[in-house]
Design a protein around this ligand. Structure first.
Ligand SMILES: CC(C)(COP(=O)(O)OP(=O)(O)OC[C@H]1O[C@@H](n2cnc3c(N)ncnc32)[C@H](O)[C@@H]1OP(=O)(O)O)[C@@H](O)C(=O)NCCC(=O)NCCS
Length: 175
């Protein structure tokens, strides 16, 4: 069943999120589509929050209530690539299929063009097998730009990902 969208929020990561962070960053079912190494311990989760998530230019904890159930990240280009940014996200397995990621991506889109005034395009690379992520992007208003043949390796496997984009002039669909 879909969650009430107003229960989902974004906030900066906190050290106290370590156990919740490990519940998804330590789960191969979540990390298999990410460039992240699957975390193996609470210590690794703490170090990743401290050294990567908190200093990150734009990484937010996706929360239901105050509990961290996922993440959404935006990283922008520089120089001649400053017009675009990439988005990535993931949600703990127990929360899949409830609309959490779609809500989080919509909230990120409503914030990032203000936070990065040079950015006009948010893009995402999605594996052809990752139907859930493709659906999230479509529900959030992204356009599929095309298939990138033999584009990059993910965990040792050469990928033909779809490229999706959302422009600052696009409209985020209502919940
Ligand atoms: C992708 C991911 C973030 C989706 O999170 P979520 O909170 O379950 O997403 P939502 O509930 O908002 O939407 C999922 C949609 O995908 C659909 N879906 C799920 N599995 C599907 C499948 N195998 N085939 C087709 N559609 C599928 C759901 O039915 C839902 O669509 P609907 O609302 O039209 O029914 C989550 O699966 C995840 O963390 N995956 C691992 C990390 C990842 O892939 N990140 C993205 C990398 S590009």
């Amino acid at each position: 069943m879909e969650i009430d969208p107003s229960a989902v929020s974004l906030r900066p990561f906190r050290i106290s999120d370590a156990d919740d962070f490990l519940s998804f960053a330590g789960d191969d079912r979540v990390t298999r589509f990410l460039r992240w190494k699957t975390l193996a311990s609470r210590e690794e989760a703490l170090a990743t929050i401290r050294d990567v998530c908190i200093p990150h230019p734009w990484r937010r904890a996706v929360c239901v209530g105050d509990r961290c159930v996922g993440f959404v990240s935006i990283w922008s280009g520089s120089g001649d690539d400053r017009c675009r940014a990439d988005i990535g996200y993931g949600v703990a397995r127990e929360w899949w299929g409830k609309g959490v990621a779609t809500r989080a991506v919509r909230m990120a889109l409503s914030q990032v063009f203000g936070d990065f005034p040079d950015v006009l395009r948010i893009q995402a690379f999605v594996g052809v097998d990752n139907k859930a992520s493709q659906r999230v992007l479509e529900k959030a208003g992204f356009t599929r730009d095309g298939l990138l043949r033999k584009y990059a390796y993910l965990k040792g496997n050469l990928q033909d990902p779809y490229l999706y984009s959302f422009l600052s002039t696009d409209v985020v669909p209502a919940d």
